[in-house]
Design a protein around this ligand. Structure first.
Ligand SMILES: [Zn+2]
Length: 964
């Protein structure tokens, strides 16, 4: 599963020369890619299947014998699953009781280990009008230890009949009990099941089709070109909502095979994990679709999509059928995603040395989805705009995002699906690896586009920022309550884990790394594993270090190390302590650190830093030593002041002396060390002077956005000086040749960033050009997809109410997601509070704005300085509405909590936040996150208070020196 990405507003731009009207030519650049006419097969697979399979009618509608015996339910001996149609479902025929102390914070109760599911046969007969599902399942179970009870999961499901068979016996059910807190269903039998024997559990049940929410089996929707609402029906069962659709042993280690069938509407197609095996037309015109039996897998990976979508199809080079699905009107826009997906299938099959285990992979664009993508085995569901990324129309940034999400979900087909974590406390095993594998995928697949760098850099930075709080948590932590499972899906499990794996990759080397991965996947395929199993696989192929011993120090401790390097004589003393914002370092955490360092004569060396630190010899004839080569380690380094000064001078004198990763690393570390008062902020500020010669996005973005933050804390006259200095830094990029190679993502990102920053600094020639370009866009001219987001946002921000209304009108008129999103980003950039308030009302209307978009737009408005407080007030005053809408989703609520607070800077704002959190009881699920955000804001305010004067003086002096 992949979290949706924050819509970055501040890190992207472009510009043109004041005396040169080339901006228009920039904005009018043709589409990027010379599209080769790859032959895309418009899939006729369903039709082929239709021709090949035998039309089967259900020959029997065996009436289920309903023998009522005293407090038991009984059925005919071992009925088959073909008994699909139940004309009516009877009320419970057994004693039942409910444990109702429903609090999600109590200690979670796991399934007992006496029973193991082997195979499910599940028939689902949804009533798409009445929004419920009549279901029936037969679960083949293996008794591991003698027991007289069966315990499985169910939530919001009525089990109306059940039966247990085995050893030629029919077991009587004495009573059942529903444990609401743990979502467990206990079935008490009259006799014991015997260890080592197989049994069949038959269940007849009724579950719900969820509406206006995005989990379980839910109804999604879109509008076609005729503005008619069309529905589709989709599953989102991860992590623990399979139990909402069918009763099951809903833990990742309870792997089984599944034989699934579902009835579909006329004119609709049904998809699941496996290809269609047979289908039959029912008397009511619906279609009963049966799918081939799955491989052994976990319940959270089961998937269905019932829709009127069409598809494009293509075979990967290793013969796997890959299809992309969306509405008829949009289907051609999935061609580029389809090409990427087929390429990734082949890439990962080769990299992992295991062929994709299923005969097909479907990727379905979901118009209303709570996560960016979900890796259901063989049936990836994905946010619509990620799949509809036609390079002719979408920006390189969007393309990079699509490439990243696709690679992530496809990597999951091995990491997570083929080998699954034993329990949710090792979630990072699948999410960290899928994130890292997606980085590798982008690196190999899109080498020419260089997409990987930006994806890696953003993830690494995000992880280090999140993990510097005292309220962070270890990668591996116990799951104590139900809510803990969902709260695991955060930056630590995804991005820090990916950075950790990347650090290991660089330390043991690509060859050992890939061998270790292949060994691990082969050993545990179709099974479950934990972190120890993975470390063992690495150690077996690389006996130079004990990988488990090293990695355990990283996954069982929160935060990351700060290394302090001091040169004495010819030795460098490296000590370590935890890096943590704002607290006296009482933590005793220590790490075994895969360390890399380099010196001025090109000497590069790796060394494992001990728990108590290490000494390394300083090579002769060198005047400096820099650690964390290419920013591949998760640690910060503090050098002695002379060495920091040396780096400042080196960057000034020879800007390209270090790699762009190392330049970004020096800017990043010097800035964060100043934020914790371990380094004078002037070191960072002095270092930024070299940015006038920086043409690489990673380092430029790192420095310029931090300068922008520092400018934002200053009193007005000094803010103007800061803007002058930043404009000075933009100069060389501002006057660069405007003929951007639209294949070169670095140049594109730099242009957009420079454009945004020059506008922010109120550089009139740029504002003038943007205003013109914006008016052209309003009049229907098409602009370069890479530049148009910045043009529309800046255009609205400097425009008037009429402009805003015209963009809103455009929003209602356009059909495609990308255009709608573009308009919304523009609307969110207005500097008029009245218009922003109007926008806040509009985005809550689910008929106009999809709920997943609502959160992203709130994030954009909060980033707008005029909108930060408006959004906070709006979210807190509509808290119950937000909670009801998003409370059960994984990513939305944490984002809603954080998006305003992380933009705040004042004591008054802090007080409002503290007050809200102190009385809002419905925040308990997110207590740690709230505490983290409050602490971070408190520290930020304290830092501003202490350093504002110094920063102001620095900007005043630099402007004086440079005569700005
Ligand atoms: Zn994932």
């Amino acid at each position: 599963m992949h979290s949706y990405q924050r819509v970055e507003k501040d890190d992207v731009a472009d510009i043109s020369r004041e005396d040169n009207n080339v901006f228009r030519s920039l904005a009018m650049l043709p589409a990027k890619m010379n599209k080769k006419a790859d032959i895309i097969l418009i899939s006729i697979v369903v039709a082929i299947v239709v021709l090949l399979i035998t039309m089967t009618l259900l020959t029997s509608q065996d009436k289920i014998k309903q023998e009522n015996t005293h407090n038991t339910s009984t059925f005919e001996a071992n009925p088959t699953i073909s008994n699909l149609y139940l004309n009516s479902l009877l009320s419970s025929q057994f004693n039942s009781s409910i444990i109702e102390n429903d609090t999600t914070f109590d200690r979670i109760e796991r399934l007992p280990d006496e029973i193991k599911p082997l195979h499910y046969e599940i028939d689902l007969q949804p009533n798409y009008q009445q929004l419920y599902i009549i279901g029936r399942s037969k679960i083949e179970i293996l008794c591991l230890n003698r027991t007289d009870r069966i315990v499985l999961h169910k939530k919001d499901i009525d089990i109306q009949r059940m039966a247990v068979y085995g050893n030629g016996l029919k077991y009587h059910i004495l009573h059942v009990q529903q444990d609401l807190k743990n979502e467990l269903f206990h079935i008490q039998l009259d006799h014991h099941l015997i260890g080592g024997h197989h049994y069949q559990l038959h269940l007849w049940f009724k579950s719900q089709i969820v509406v206006n929410r995005r989990y379980g089996f839910y109804r999604s929707y879109y509008q076609n070109r005729s503005k008619q609402t069309r529905y589709l029906y989709v599953t989102q069962l991860s992590p623990t909502d399979a139990r909402m659709v069918f009763p099951c042993f809903d833990e990742p280690s309870m792997k089984s095979t599944f034989k699934l069938s579902i009835t579909s509407l006329p004119g609709y197609s049904a998809l699941s994990n496996m290809p269609v095996q047979s289908y039959s037309i029912l008397p009511n015109g619906h279609t009963l679709v049966s799918f081939a039996t799955t491989v052994k897998m976990s319940t959270y990976l089961v998937g269905f999509v019932v829709s009127d979508f069409e598809n494009l199809a293509r075979y990967s080079s290793n013969g796997i059928l890959v299809r992309t699905w969306t509405s008829k009107e949009n289907i051609k826009q999935t061609q580029d995603a389809l090409k990427l997906a087929t390429a990734y299938i082949s890439l990962f099959s080769n990299l992992f040395n295991i062929t994709f285990p299923l005969p097909k992979l479907d990727l379905v664009a979901i118009p209303d989805f709570a996560v960016a993508g979900m890796e259901n085995w063989g049936l990836i569901t994905i946010m619509q705009d990620k799949l509809l990324c036609d390079m002719q129309y979408c920006s390189m940034r969007n393309y990079a995002s699509t490439a990243s999400v696709l690679a992530h979900e496809i990597a999951h087909q091995w990491f997570g699906n083929l080998v699954t974590m034993k329990w949710w406390n090792d979630l990072w095993l699948k999410e960290g690896f899928a994130t890292f594998a997606s980085q590798l995928g982008c690196k190999f697949m899109n080498r020419d586009l260089n997409l990987c760098r930006f994806i890696v850099s953003a993830a690494h930075e995000n992880a280090m920022q999140f993990d510097s709080s005292i309220y962070s948590h270890p990668i591996h932590q116990p799951i104590e309550s139900q809510i803990n499972i969902k709260s695991q899906f955060d930056s630590i499990s995804y991005r820090k884990a990916a950075s950790l794996i990347r650090m290991l990759y660089h330390y043991i080397g690509p060859s050992s790394f890939v061998q270790g991965i292949q060994k691990f996947l082969r050993k545990y395929e179709y099974g479950n594993a934990n972190n120890h199993d993975l470390w063992r696989s690495f150690t077996e192929v690389n006996n130079l270090i004990n990988v488990g011993e090293v990695m355990d120090t990283w996954i069982y401790q929160k935060n990351y190390p700060l290394l302090t390097m001091k040169i004495k004589s010819n030795m460098v003393n490296i000590s370590q302590s935890p890096f943590m914002e704002g607290r006296v370092h009482t933590s005793r955490a220590r790490w075994l650190i895969p360390f890399c360092y380099m010196t001025e004569n090109g000497f590069i060396q790796r060394k494992l830093i001990d728990l108590n630190g290490s000494m390394i010899p300083l090579p002769p004839s060198t005047s400096w030593i820099k650690g964390n080569c290419n920013r591949t380690g998760i640690y910060r380094i503090n050098y002695e002041i002379d060495l920091w000064q040396k780096f400042v001078d080196l960057l000034q004198q020879q800007p390209q002396y270090f790699s762009s990763h190392d330049r970004a690393n020096l800017l990043d570390d010097s800035y964060y060390l100043s934020r914790v008062d371990l380094l004078n902020v002037e070191i960072f500020l002095n270092m930024t002077r070299y940015l006038i010669a920086e043409h690489d996005y990673e380092a430029f973005n790192m420095g310029i956005l931090r300068l922008k933050f520092l400018a934002s804390i200053l009193d007005e006259p000094f803010k103007q000086k800061a803007k002058k200095f930043i404009l000075y830094l933009l100069r060389s990029n501002l006057y660069q040749n405007n003929q951007v190679d639209e294949y070169d993502i670095n140049k594109i990102m730099m242009k957009v960033l420079v454009l945004r920053m020059a506008s922010w600094a109120e550089y009139k020639p740029v504002l003038y050009q943007i205003k013109r370009a914006f008016q052209r866009w309003l009049h229907g001219y098409s602009l370069s997809p890479n530049l148009v987001p910045a043009i529309v946002e800046i255009g609205v921000s400097i425009g008037d109410e009429d402009d805003w209304n015209r963009v809103l009108k455009r929003y209602y008129e356009v059909d495609d997601d990308h255009s709608k999103k573009l308009c919304m980003k523009g609307l969110a950039a207005s500097k008029n509070p009245k218009l922003l308030k109007r926008l806040l009302e509009i985005i809550m209307d689910e008929k106009q704005v999809k709920p997943d978009q609502t959160v992203q737009i709130l994030d954009l408005i909060a980033k707008n300085p005029v909108g930060t407080d408006l959004v906070w007030k709006f979210i807190t005053s509509h808290w119950d509405q937000f909670y009801n809408r998003y409370g059960k989703e994984i990513f939305s609520m944490p984002k809603l909590i954080s998006l305003s607070i992380c933009q705040m800077k004042t004591e008054m704002q802090l007080q409002n936040v503290e007050l809200f959190f102190s009385y809002n009881k419905r925040l308990q699920n997110y207590k740690r996150l709230a505490e983290m955000e409050i602490e971070r804001l408190r520290l930020k305010i304290r830092w501003i208070h202490r350093h504002q004067q110094q920063v102001q003086s620095w900007f005043r002096n630099i402007c004086r020196e440079l005569k700005l």
